[in-house]
Design a protein around this ligand. Sequence first.
Ligand code: ZN
Length: 301
Amino acid sequence: MNRFTLILSAALFMSVQAHAGIISSDPSQTTYAEVKTFLHELARAHPGTTTTFELGVTDSGDTVEGVKIGNGPVKNLVVSTHHGNEYGSTEVARAVAANLAENPIPGQTVYVIPVLNITGYNAKLREEVSDGSYHDPNRDYPGPCGTEGPHKLKSTALLAAFVDREGIVASATLHTFYPAVVYPWGLASHDLSTPYDDQFKQLVNLATQESHYQVGNSTEVIYAANGTYEDYAFWKHGIWSILFELGNSHNPVQADVDEMIRVNVPGMRRMLEQAPKERATNHAFSGKCDGRLGRFDRHDE
Ligand SMILES: [Zn+2]
């Protein structure tokens, strides 16, 4: 084999591998600019079903963007990447958006926000910065047992205003890195039941038919954390709020990401399809907070 045919066959081999998805871009290196490009291309490819929207401007001056998919009266939400280092969850959010844009859920408008914490995402850092301080965005919401906020970050205030303004009914929030799909309460209390445990169990079972991830109450399966978005959404509004902890790592390679997408996107879609069409009415927290439990918040999920 001469030098020319050697180079040619090497190039052909790489092109076949790339085509088969064996070689692809490193998901840990994706920037927010690329995520925005993806959203705009998705909207362009599906003009009848999908438009981009702006959530608003964050502390860093960046604009959080998302896509609005479908035209139905029931409005649901998929929000990802409160934690900037959890890029695997961003990839799953992008895949959900693509799935829904291709085939919107009848009767629904689903908003997908792949990245809430933009500076964290670009730096692959869990926290977001405002006024020179680092804040954990998913401890920055008001809650009945306390918070590290509330709303020291504009991003979390923007999302809180959005779910209120749009009347969001069901919500999936995406994180890595523990294979579990869980429901409220996730706060520092021993009183973890809501009047809707049965409905929530149904939703997480629908969501995990392919993944077989662990399901249950958030505090029991993961650990107690105050000031999270997922508890806030249910506590404040009665939103059917489900937390997806995806995969086994904060540093998934492309093959891991592909698997997370394969086993989670159908379940997320099914969960949204079958979620109640109205918010829960009895969503106050009536239990007792236990501050000692809050000390076990590891801030790593
Ligand atoms: Zn997280």
